[in-house]
Design a protein around this ligand. Structure first.
Ligand SMILES: [Zn+2]
Ligand SMILES: [Zn+2]
Length: 145
């Protein structure tokens, strides 16, 4: 089995444990997400799967994503007014985002815990989490200009 297949089995196992019924569409959305490295939007997923499931709607995709999010299989990333993107890597990591095509790429860096404790000390807040994004132009876009 490939790493992606193992991940898919684990994810399906977690859905079953949570009492979620696994329809062919739900399975396909999950499989697409686990193989996608682009942090797709619901629309991206819909477009990728509509050929296979002509009866599927964008609403179905959203519904599935909501179920996955509630179980903790995906993280929803929101950026201002643009559509949410979905990340099935739920471990702590940071993102770098292309200003030109909007692609989001994962990268790992030690979590900035000191910033959180400093923010707590300075403001008296109970800090729950933080977000940090790096912006720039990706390698592909660079070669196109
Ligand atoms: Zn780009
Ligand atoms: Zn990510």
């Amino acid at each position: 089995m490939t790493v992606a297949e193992v991940k898919l089995q684990e994810a399906v196992g977690r859905l079953k444990e949570s009492g979620v019924r696994i329809t062919p569409q739900r399975h396909a959305v999950l499989e697409y997400l686990l193989n996608a490295e682009i942090h797709p939007t619901a629309d991206d997923i819909y477009k990728a799967l509509e050929g296979k499931f002509p009866n599927m709607s964008v609403a179905t995709v959203y519904n599935n994503l909501r179920v996955f999010r509630e179980i903790g299989l995906v993280r929803e990333l929101t950026y201002g007014d643009s559509s949410s993107r979905f990340d099935c890597n739920t471990s702590k990591h940071y993102h770098i985002i292309c200003d030109s095509c909007g692609k989001i790429v994962d990268f790992h860096y030690p979590s900035l815990d000191e910033v959180e404790s400093l923010a707590e000390k300075v403001t008296g807040f109970d800090v729950s989490h933080h977000r940090m994004e790096i912006y720039g132009v990706c390698a592909e876009c660079k070669t196109q200009h």
